[in-house]
Design a binder for this molecule. Structure first.
Ligand code: BEZ
Length: 255
């Protein structure tokens, strides 16, 4: 689930809004859950557990699962589902040699201190433990970022607010894992166009509000400009919007 570290460039999270505009995130997690190949009774850390929909699925499959997220709203949502969830920054995990696997879906691209994440995951795992994750890879939401940057160039302002994420290429992420004592079993970049049932405006407002808010009383105009730039690439003749997602999926073992 989309995660949510302390430094997410002013991103804030509401479990209700997330459910409306981004439920597809957990709905599309089948592939990475398959790579996890969970065995009943295993101790699993769900890193960036979001609102806990996937965490609950791992629990129902027999895992002894703990979720962490840096969003108080998401942690509350998990607890309301009866899950063990803790408020924690994924870039400085405090667990020590206690998990059979660390699992993460659609969260790590929010954690720009990727080495801090990998080192915390390594500390959290038992020897031989697995790290199985899927998140935005190189080229993820490239059209969306490019449109926002074009708007930003015309209007001035802070361009970095258009791209606060970490979207590594497979060779870059593999090198980071190996440098930190992991053996990579498999890694893949997977194009994943996603139909946005609530359109592009909902997506932009959920995930990049800080970029548009910097234009204050011009925010709505800046948003309309970005949407028009995106229309030829991401909206079909029937008005259906598709986001240009690309996933990086990885399975690595702590050696
Ligand atoms: C993603 O899941 O790839 C994503 C979600 C929100 C913002 C950027 C990327």
């Amino acid at each position: 689930m989309a995660s949510h570290p302390a430094d997410a460039r002013q991103q804030t999270w509401s479990a209700g809004t997330y459910d409306t505009h981004a439920r597809f995130v957990s709905d599309l997690a089948g592939g990475v859950v398959e790579w996890l190949a969970l065995k009943p009774g295993e101790r699993i850390l769900d890193l960036g557990c979001g609102d806990g929909v996937l965490t609950a699925e791992l629990k129902a499959a027999g895992a002894d699962v703990t979720g962490v997220d840096s969003s108080p709203d998401f942690v509350a949502s998990c607890k309301a589902k009866g899950l063990d969830a803790r408020l924690m920054d994924g870039q400085s995990l405090t667990f020590s040699h206690e998990f059979d696997a660390v699992f993460s879906n659609a969260a790590l691209h929010w954690m720009t201190n990727a080495e801090g994440v990998v080192q915390g995951v390594s500390r959290a795992l038992k020897p031989g433990g697995r790290f199985v994750a899927e998140f935005g890879g190189h080229g993820n939401v490239a059209a969306i970022v490019t449109a926002m940057q074009a708007v930003g160039r015309r209007r001035g302002g802070d361009l970095s607010l258009a791209h606060p994420w970490y979207f590594p290429a497979p060779d870059v992420y593999q090198a980071l894992l190996e440098k930190n004592g992991f053996a990579v079993r498999r890694i893949a970049l997977i194009p994943r166009p996603v139909v946005l049932k609530t359109g592009i405006e909902g997506w932009l407002m959920l995930f990049r509000k800080p970029f548009f808010q910097q234009y204050e009383n011009q925010a709505e105009n800046a948003l309309a400009e970005a949407i028009e730039l995106l229309r030829p690439a991401l909206c079909d003749a029937n008005g259906k919007w598709t986001a240009d997602y690309v996933r990086l999926r990885v399975e690595a073992v702590k050696s």
